[in-house]
Design a protein around this ligand. Structure first.
Ligand code: NAP
Ligand code: FE
Length: 367
């Protein structure tokens, strides 16, 4: 009942909500666009951005070298280039990778004395204003104060946070997600579902985050069920996109649980897409939390339309195009349990899992 809910992102949604945007000059005279190699062009969002910026007389530069699971070093380099260009604001276009990268670029551009690692620890001058355009329906990055970067020096993904990296505006036009391949559609949808579910069992869960979860979990499950049967209509794309943003609103306050920190191991070491990696662990997360919070776990099963955790795992592992069949040996799994157990994601949950319990889950799903 003790609520702490704050989310300052203006959300525009629906057909052409970004194509028709003409308020760029509110954010300055020079814009840096941050995106990946293909998605911004394939989706049509980059062309819409360039037309809109030109129509508003805003000068812009495009940096399109963001890789999936973006490297800290890439964002550092683009941050310096954005500063040289004199950027007043940043426009991120893409999935969670370009959007998270755009947040880091916005920080590095505003903090010329920063070294790469400082982003994780030092106080900072506020990031440049950021606008976000989604081309995937999963991470919710467009409404969160988090950025997840790959840091080879830590042999892991690391995140930083702050109210200054909430985008000023998020644009949700499902048409930009229509060319997303099947695996990415399933994986990003599963990521969003994990956000809504994990948020329910974190210490910061409250009435508002629960309400968003109640709304988006059935939408995401229906979207995934229909997509798995081959229905990739705009209606399904909208369910997944709006559901994923609502799930983003959940984690914007609650954070995520061990599903995410454990999932990072599979992404970092085995290149498993982020949402697919999370899908291995979400059912066991609910079953574990259900031991101490049975009303919450029963509610989640109802919202997902399943009777228990095993049925949820079966649903996720049968999503067309997203097999959960990675196998790893005991010593690797043991290393991952050791590495993950100290993460904030573990300690911020309503019940803390032990190292051995986490190992058992890893072994059950990947052994
Ligand atoms: P992504 O890594 O942004 O994109 C995955 C792939 O899909 C890329 O190859 C991308 O191409 C392609 N793609 C994207 N949109 C497309 C489209 N419309 N049509 C065709 N291809 C498209 O995937 P994501 O799952 O959205 O983001 C994952 C990242 O977000 C991870 O690093 C994860 O840790 C992070 N994350 C952040 C938060 C947060 O709160 N900030 C929460 C959860 C996860 P391009 O390379 O050309 O873009
Ligand atoms: Fe995620």
């Amino acid at each position: 009942m003790n609520m702490d809910f704050y989310n300052p992102v203006r959300i525009h949604s629906g057909k052409d909500c970004f194509k028709d945007f003409r308020d760029y000059s509110t954010y300055g005279a020079k814009c840096v666009i941050v995106c990946g190699k293909n998605s911004a062009r394939k989706s049509g969002a980059l062309a819409d951005a360039e037309n809109g910026l030109r129509a508003c007389g805003v000068e812009y530069a495009v940096f399109d070298e963001i890789e999936p699971n973006p490297l800290l070093s890439t964002t550092f380099e683009i941050g310096a280039k954005a500063r040289e260009f004199g950027a007043d604001f940043i426009l991120g276009i893409g999935g969670g990778s370009p959007l998270d990268a755009a947040k880091a670029v916005a920080v590095f551009a505003a903090n010329p004395t920063y070294g790469e690692q400082d982003i994780f620890s030092l106080p900072r001058k506020a990031a440049l204003p950021l606008l976000a355009v989604n081309t995937t329906a999963g991470t919710g990055s467009e409404v969160t104060p988090y950025s997840v970067l790959t840091d080879p020096s830590a042999e892991n993904k690391r995140s930083f946070a702050g109210d200054d990296i909430y985008p000023k505006v998020a644009f949700l036009d499902a048409a930009y997600t229509e060319k997303l391949p099947l695996l990415q559609t399933m994986a990003t949808g599963a990521d969003a579902l994990c956000h809504a579910i994990e948020g329910r069992f974190m210490k910061k869960a409250n009435l508002i985050s629960d309400a968003y979860g109640d709304m988006c979990i059935p939408m995401l499950c229906e979207g995934l069920r229909r997509a798995a049967k081959g229905d990739l209509s705009l209606e399904v794309r909208e369910m997944l996109l709006y559901g994923s943003s609502m799930a983003g609103l959940v984690i914007s306050r609650t954070g995520t649980g061990f599903v995410h920190s454990t999932g990072y191991m599979l992404t970092y070491h085995h290149d498993v897409p982020h949402g697919q990696a999370n899908a291995y662990f979400i059912a066991d997360f609910i079953m574990f939390m259900g031991k101490t919070h049975p009303c919450r776990s029963e509610r989640i099963y109802d919202l997902c339309g399943v009777s228990d955790g095993e049925e949820l795992f079966a649903f996720l592992s049968n999503l067309n195009g997203m097999p959960l069949d990675l196998k790893l040996d005991d010593s690797t799994l043991s290393e991952y349990a050791d590495f993950t157990i100290g993460a904030r994601n573990v300690t911020n949950a309503l019940s803390a899992i032990s190292r051995d319990e986490l190992f058992d889950i890893l072994k059950k799903r990947l052994g």
